[in-house]
Design a protein around this ligand. Structure first.
Ligand code: ADP
Length: 400
């Protein structure tokens, strides 16, 4: 069964068609500038088929964008399937499921309502995700739609991990708590890690480091998320590309008073002008920072240090939280590509049984054990694949 995976933003939509049983990707692409001047990109993954790169296609709404995707997929010449019948279901990435969803679900009217109810928790993302779902319902009636939430995997966290030490009514009345994000990625790599270790997921303690532009670290005990570094919003945790990560809330009052900032301006600084970009003054991209540091820019080096140190501290914290760890996972842009940062993060952890293999750590973008053969704690490089995880969940739900 092929699954169409949709990740809808407010004016863009990413898609992949894949077979979750074999993991085979048939086609992928992107609709951009929806509601503006529509640009359509189609990348068939079957040899001999020709794609499209930012072609002009009229897309006044997401419905025309989905129609363009379907037309391309079944196109006689360059399509990858014979007809719509070969699409078993559509899996949608949905950012926030609040406390309503602890797993992926078949979309019904009640589910749509519950996703709507989560809009205040993700005001930028959930409305766009809903638009994508409604577009699919109108363009391909009869094809089941499944929602896969970034937050669902973390719903297993115990209250001591998800509660903030605030007056309790803010949790009860206003749902202020840690939700965590990147759940689809953490779930996928945790499953792969258990397979690589040759163990049942129920029997392993893992620390998953999703290190990209946005980063989060998650403690996975027996296949369940028990703690994670992002919080009520994706602003929390380690310093990121442009996000500050955790900080003393007292700083907000101090800076807002001193510079006459309102809360929106302050949050804009914390979300878009902080992190390694803010510290270095150079870039939010770790490749640029490494290059700048090598040319003598000390602040670029400090930014990378701050990030690596933040991740290392969390690994220590989560090992303590779980009472041990069997394997540490590195994934996403930085985790999959930067051997130097993996080495720097893990090098401080010899005391807890982490011994890297510098040669194995040269691996890039493919699954690899990068710890030494005699390392009590294994270190694993696992490329994430959120689309495959969404397709796997979607297929499992429609197959019942
Ligand atoms: P996103 O959170 O946007 O999905 P990614 O997981 O794609 O981000 O990660 C993007 C980041 O990965 C870039 O900002 C860049 O800093 C980092 N990255 C990619 N390749 C390398 C590399 N070879 N070395 C260091 N960092 C890298």
């Amino acid at each position: 069964m092929n699954i169409l995976v949709i990740n809808a933003g407010s004016s863009s939509l990413k898609y992949q068609l894949l077979d979750p049983d074999t993991g085979k990707l048939l086609a992928k692409g992107l609709c951009e500038r929806i509601g503006i001047d529509g640009k359509f990109t189609y990348k068939p993954q079957i040899s001999g088929k020709t794609g499209k790169d930012a072609a002009d296609v009229s897309m006044p709404t997401h419905a025309e964008a989905i129609q363009a995707v379907l037309d391309a997929l079944v196109d006689r010449e360059n399509g990858v399937i014979g007809s719509m019948k070969e699409i078993g279901a559509v899996g949608h990435r949905v950012v926030h499921g609040g406390e309503a969803f602890n797993k992926s679900v078949l979309i019904t009217d009640e589910v749509l309502k519950a996703i709507e109810d989560c809009i205040p928790l993700a005001p930028l993302h959930n409305p766009a995700n809903l638009t994508g779902i409604r577009a699919c319902q109108s363009v391909c009636p009869g094809v089941p739609n499944v929602a896969v939430f970034d937050t669902a995997f973390h719903q297993t966290m115990p209250p001591k991990a998800y509660m903030y030490a605030l007056p309790y009514e803010y949790y009860e009345k206003d749902k202020v708590r840690r939700y965590g994000f990147h759940g689809t990625s953490h779930k996928y790599v945790a499953g792969r890690a258990a397979a690589m270790l040759g163990k049942k997921i129920e029997d392993v303690k893992l620390i998953s480091c999703h290190l990209g532009n946005g980063s989060s670290v998650t403690a996975v005990d027996g296949g369940k998320s028990v703690d994670t570094s992002m919080g009520f919003t994706p602003l929390a945790g380690v310093p990121m590309g442009t996000r500050s990560g955790d900080l003393d809330a007292g700083i907000l009052q101090y800076l807002m008073n001193k510079y006459g900032l309102n809360i929106d301006e302050m949050l804009n600084i914390l979300n878009k002008k902080s992190g390694v970009q803010g510290v270095s003054g150079v870039s939010s991209d770790f490749r640029d920072l490494t290059e700048a540091f090598q040319k003598g820019n000390a602040r670029a080096g400090l930014a990378v240090d701050l990030f690596n140190y933040g991740v290392r501290k969390l690994i220590g914290a989560y090992a303590a939280a779980m009472g041990g760890v069997d394997a540490i996972i590195f994934t996403a842009g930085v985790g999959e590509n930067s051997a130097a940062q993996r080495m720097d993060i893990a090098s401080g952890l010899e005391f807890m049984g982490v011994k890297m293999d510098p040669e194995a750590n040269k691996a890039r973008g493919k699954e690899a054990v990068i710890s030494a053969a005699d390392s009590p704690v294994k270190v694993l490089l696992i490329p994430t694949n959120e689309e495959l995880m969404i397709a796997m969940d979607t297929a499992a739900i429609v197959k019942g």
